[in-house]
Design a protein around this ligand. Structure first.
Ligand code: BGC
Length: 788
């Protein structure tokens, strides 16, 4: 009988149970149908345990997760759970049949993390975040969001890091390493060129290979090389011809052959035609998964149009992923992560991503007791954005609550005025809220952060008599499925302008300080009004502790040490990309696509046609001239430059030391000294300028950065940053290779891109090149702007 048992294990129809060591054997035992099951997710229904299509074993699945993979019980393959991201774990906070709650910490959004310029801090925060992923029973966090801020109006920029690929890539790597240190995975998204929300399902990015490699893919390359994400999420849109999910160039040649990615690729959530092409391209998992996708795969293998080898390759990668998951390993999760400890981390960490844009000596507030607190978002503050990036957090600490808890007295009349207005609009919100348990549960729409309520001048005057200082909070929110507008969003509303100017006049006449707090998710126009207040704190949307974090900074219990991860232009149209971006107010009125109408209905609102450009395609005519690469090189005036941010102290930079090792690695050191009278941290940026000749390059490019620990007055720290020859390279399209020219390079140590504190130079003795796959050639001729 022993002999026949062995035959059962090894022979046809065998039923091995998956272990990390028998993937080949399991693959061999799988039927074609089972293989199709494994590369197609368990469907929209898998989002909510208890609903009709939840796969077997649903009792152990996580309510409100974005999806699951299919289990194959016969072979010991469990379902695994995929859940959003990126500002924390997004699951349903309540479940039928239990009073227990399942709230998750609302962490600072991606933009705030990037503005910290502190990779170890990001890793510390995401280590805590990953613990919630693990303890709530999920296997993969659908994060980080890491598309480049090509344009300030992209509705999801808050989820993303930066306009710069090095900052974005390093932050993503830190983020991924933090999450994955818990033994759960991430899905770095949206790969790639998902730089706008309008028509995101069909829009085609027409982009030069150089801009693609240097700007939009470089951050993913860094993240893959430095952190090996378990999974990558292909985006909805197309690039240079194909949907990214169906681009063999992108998913196989670039991601795997060139960069050495070892994980799986899953689609963003939807079902497209071309499933078989996606399988061939190296898209291993269709999410959330539909039966039609399985049928297509099975039929294509049967009729020979899809090779079994291609399918098996993806199935093998799925199995390799599954054996790593906590669910496979039978991890017994507690459903009880330490939310209090994580909230404390968020409160503290947020200040590092807040950027002090202006301070004429009024911050931290001194001798202030009574505060006139203006602005709707002071009383209902914004912790993060909307859409799949929203987290169901236990609470949001509002700014008024934070300031009150810090001992300040908030003017009661103003508070009542704003709260009453809120109560009124809230009843509207309630109408718009989608049902809990749905794909976008918990997202409140119609929350009119833009409609800043007008407040009479007389009321401002009266408030001045009762208070020592005015704090004006300006809020902006955005999210998945739509981009922002120039008017009343990027630009201030008329009510906000009137409020700012009245407050400025009245309070300044009385010699009282005026502070503006920006509780916003994306860049706004600042040039026209920044002269009015004495101080401007860009608090961003820094997570559930927003009020406490802002209060800590305003009162000096902590200090802001963030710097801008993007440029604040003078005018929207100063960005070269704005001429090829929807809602630029320039031309055309688009017609609604079915996808957009459907999405709007799902989200509970109606699209209104707007003047818009580029519905079917977007020409990336600005090429590599994105963000500061353009502004700095072209000498174009900005409101606040990339890398800019003040603190409560000042720093001096010593003379730099730059050395080149035998292998060409440059190490650049500088000592930073706290020369002021308060504690602080300084983020130092290393920009490199390449020698002339060869490829046209931006005047400066960020190559490395580092942040000091907390320095007390008089203390100093030496920071050392390294740059390897490959990261100095630019992409030569004609030769399909990265090239580092020989010659003299200038290293600039900046407090921002516009504030260079020290320079040095080094020689690259021999030119070097790194050939890569020929991939992603544009299908349409793109006329790029030239800057130099
Ligand atoms: C979003 C992704 C998200 C997914 C699952 C999509 O609509 O674009 O970022 O991870 O939904 O919720």
């Amino acid at each position: 009988m022993i002999i026949s048992a062995a035959l059962v294990t090894l022979g046809a129809g065998a039923q091995p149970k998956l272990t990390k060591d028998n993937i080949d054997e399991v693959l061999k035992a799988m039927t074609l149908e089972e293989k199709a099951e494994l590369v197609v997710g368990a469907g929209w229904g898998s989002m909510t345990a208890g609903s009709a299509n939840v796969p077997t074993g649903s009792a152990s699945l996580v309510s409100g997760a974005a999806g699951t993979t299919n289990p194959i019980e016969r072979l010991g393959i469990p379902a695994t759970v995929l859940s959003d991201g990126p500002a924390g774990l997004r699951i349903n906070p309540t479940r039928p049949g239990t009073d227990k709650t399942f709230y998750c910490t609302g962490f600072p959004v991606g933009t705030v993390l990037a503005c910290s310029w502190n990779a170890p801090l990001v890793q510390e925060l995401t280590t805590a975040m990953g613990n919630e992923v693990l303890e709530y029973g999920a296997d993969v966090l659908l994060a980080p969001g890491m598309n480049i801020h090509r344009n300030p109006l992209c509705g999801r920029n808050f989820e993303y890091f930066s306009e710069d690929p090095v900052l974005s890539g390093k932050m993503a790597a830190a983020y991924i390493n933090g999450i994955q240190s818990n033994g759960v995975g991430v899905s770095a998204k949206h790969f790639a060129f998902n730089n706008q929300e309008i028509n995101r399902n069909e829009n085609m990015a027409n982009v030069s290979t150089r801009a693609a490699r240097e700007i939009y893919l470089k951050n993913f390359e860094i993240a893959v090389r430095e952190a090996q994400p378990w999974t990558v999420m292909s985006s909805y849109n197309k690039v240079n011809g194909d949907y990214t999910q169906q681009s063999h160039d992108l998913l196989t040649k670039v991601l795997r052959d060139d960069w050495g990615f070892e994980g799986i690729v899953m689609t963003d959530w939807g079902t497209k035609d071309g499933t078989v092409k996606a399988v061939r391209a190296g898209n291993d998992l269709m999410e959330p998964g539909a039966d039609v996708e399985k049928s297509r795969i099975i039929a294509a293998v049967k009729d020979g149009s899809l090779s079994l080898a291609d399918l098996d390759r993806n199935v093998r990668r799925m199995l390799e992923y599954i054996v790593k998951t906590p669910r496979f390993q039978g991890y017994e999760y507690s459903n009880e992560p330490d939310l209090e400890a994580h909230a404390a981390l968020v409160r503290k960490g947020a200040a590092e991503g807040m950027v002090l844009l202006k301070n004429d000596g009024v911050l931290p507030l001194a001798g202030v007791q009574n505060v006139a607190l203006f602005g709707l978002n002071a009383y209902k503050s914004i912790a993060g954005g909307t859409g799949s990036g929203n987290v169901n957090k236990p609470y949001i600490r509002n700014i008024d609550e934070g300031l009150a808890a810090a001992g300040l007295k908030i003017d009661e009349k103003l508070a009542k005025f704003y709260k009453d207005y809120r109560t009124y609009t809230e009843s509207l919100d309630a109408l718009n809220a989608t049902e809990a348990g749905g794909p976008f549960s918990g997202v409140l729409l119609g929350e009119s952060v833009l409609a800043e309520v007008g407040i009479a001048k007389s009321a401002v005057e009266a408030s001045e008599k009762r208070n020592d200082a005015a704090v004006v909070v300006i809020g902006r929110n955005a999210g998945e499925g739509d981009d922002r507008r120039v008017e009343n969003d990027f630009e201030l509303t008329a009510e906000e302008r009137a409020l700012l100017s009245n407050v400025e006049n009245i309070y300044h006449k009385a010699g009282k300080p005026v502070v503006v707090v920006l509780n916003i998710g994306g860049v706004i126009e600042t040039a026209s009004w920044k002269n009015l207040p004495d101080a401007i704190l860009l608090a961003w949307t820094p997570g559930q502790e927003v009020g406490n974090s802002v209060a800590d900074v305003l009162t000096g219990k902590s200090y802001p040490s963030g710097k801008l991860a993007m440029t604040f232009p003078v005018k929207y149209l100063d960005h070269p990309s704005s001429f090829n971006f929807p809602y630029n107010g320039q031309d055309g009125v688009f017609s609604l696509t079915d996808e957009m109408i459907g999405f709007a209905a799902l989200m509970g609102y109606e699209y209104t046609p707007q003047p818009v450009k580029d519905i079917d395609y977007t020409d990336y005519s600005e090429g590599i001239w994105v963000g500061y690469r353009y502004f700095d090189t072209a000498g174009k005036e900005v409101s606040y430059p990339f890398g800019y941010g003040l603190g409560y102290t000042t720093f001096a930079y010593s003379s730099p030391v730059v050395k080149v090792a035998k292998d060409g690695t440059v190490s650049a050191s500088i000592t930073v000294k706290n020369t002021g009278s308060a504690a602080g941290k300084e983020a130092v940026q290393l920009y490199v300028s390449a020698p002339a000749g060869g490829l046209v390059k931006p005047g400066k490019e960020l190559k490395a950065f580092a942040k000091t620990r907390e320095l007390q007055p008089g203390e100093s720290e030496t920071l050392t940053m390294t740059v390897c020859p490959y990261s100095l390279a630019s992409f030569n399209e004609a030769a399909s290779q990265w090239e580092t020219a020989a010659g003299s390079y200038t290293v600039r140590f900046g407090a921002s891109v516009a504030d260079i504190r020290a320079t040095a130079s080094f020689q690259v003795k021999k030119a070097q090149s790194w050939p890569v796959s020929e991939a992603l050639a544009p299908v349409k001729e793109i006329t790029e702007i030239s800057v130099k």
